[in-house]
Design a protein around this ligand. Structure first.
Ligand code: AVI
Length: 318
């Protein structure tokens, strides 16, 4: 009698990616608990400039961001992928200090992150009206469009848009747009093209933390799919191409080898020096940001830049 086993999406995606002619694993799988902790280490590295840039923008320009919103009364602040709120708390505090009246609705897939966020925000901005949500961005968007009659500022920070392939980035922003009301605003954090060495160093750090971040994907496969990958037989390679603004990251098989996954009931084969593509981190030019906004139904109200012009929090209006 044939037995059927229900495979997780992770298991199915690993099977699809590692049997492709050009092997790949999605960077969305970086972020299990261990991977999220490694990402926090990345954000603390001096080489990883985006965190400091966005922190500078938010801590120094929140009053200007508020005035550019042109909201006359109460409004919502809806944050997609809020994480632990360590950056956003500065924006919320500045808005509160300026007398703005708003409800903060952070959305994240991780309950652990939402718990940390509630703690961090309440300690930093007491008495804030906060309605945290775990789960799907679009369910909350749809609900708001039918139940709330005040305008909303949506936040999509941290440069996450850079991790989407261009067509996927456009589709995501168009979907945000479809769920927003006329006059709503979207603040998108976008990393900009700059000296190639600065970018290369941020994604190929001398401490090996970004390597560990990528290797965590293999560790996850070993743990969750009961596999026997020899982790020391893989390396990490990352490359910034200043001609197209793309950082592409890979795992590299150091020898001809295979591993077996009991959960998938399958063996996967690698040639020596074969690549597994793990991540795109695209860097934009300002004119490309205007094109992307227009193509997804927005106008750019203002680009809030850090002092080195490395990063923008780009304010868009529907
Ligand atoms: C989450 N995301 C914006 C990071 C980035 O910069 O692309 C992920 C990352 N990958 C390597 N370092 C950081």
């Amino acid at each position: 009698m044939a037995t059927t086993t229900l495979l997780s999406t992770f298991a199915q995606d690993v099977r699809t990616g590692l049997t492709d002619k050009n092997k790949y694993l999605s960077s969305k799988y970086f972020y299990d608990d261990a991977g999220s902790r490694i990402f926090m280490e990345i954000m603390k590295m001096p080489e990883y400039y985006p965190t400091g840039c966005e922190f500078e923008i938010i801590s120094q320009q929140s009053a200007q961001i508020l005035s550019k919103l042109n909201f006359s009364g109460p409004f919502n602040i809806v944050e997609f992928g809020s994480g632990d709120g360590m950056k956003t708390k500065h924006l919320l505090k500045a808005f509160t200090n300026a007398g703005a009246s708003f409800t903060y609705i952070p959305i994240d897939i991780s309950q652990e992150a939402i718990d940390a966020l509630e703690h961090n925000i309440n300690a930093f901005v007491p008495n804030i009206d906060m309605q945290p949500r775990t789960g799907d961005y679009f369910e909350v968007l749809e609900e708001l469009s039918t139940t709330s009659d005040v305008p909303s500022l949506f936040l999509f920070m941290g440069g996450n848009i850079g991790n989407y392939l261009p067509d996927d980035a456009l589709a995501l922003l168009q979907k945000f747009n479809a769920g927003m009301k006329h006059g709503d605003k979207l603040l998108v954090g976008i990393d900009l093209q700059k000296n190639p060495r600065t970018i290369q160093l941020a994604y190929d750090d001398p401490h090996g933390i970004t390597k560990a971040f990528n290797m965590n994907l293999l560790r996850r496969i070993n743990n969750e799919l009961e596999a026997d990958i020899a982790l020391d037989q893989f390396d990490f390679y990352s490359n910034y191409n200043p001609q197209n603004g793309e950082v592409n990251s890979y795992l590299v098989s150091l020898k001809k080898q295979h591993f077996h996954s009991t959960v998938l009931n399958q063996t996967f084969f690698f040639e020596k020096d074969e690549l597994v593509w793990t991540e795109l981190s695209k860097k934009y030019l300002i004119p490309q940001i205007h094109e992307l906004a227009a193509a997804s139904g927005f106008g750019v109200s203002h680009n809030f830049l850090d002092c080195r012009h490395y990063f923008t929090d780009s304010l868009w209006e529907k």
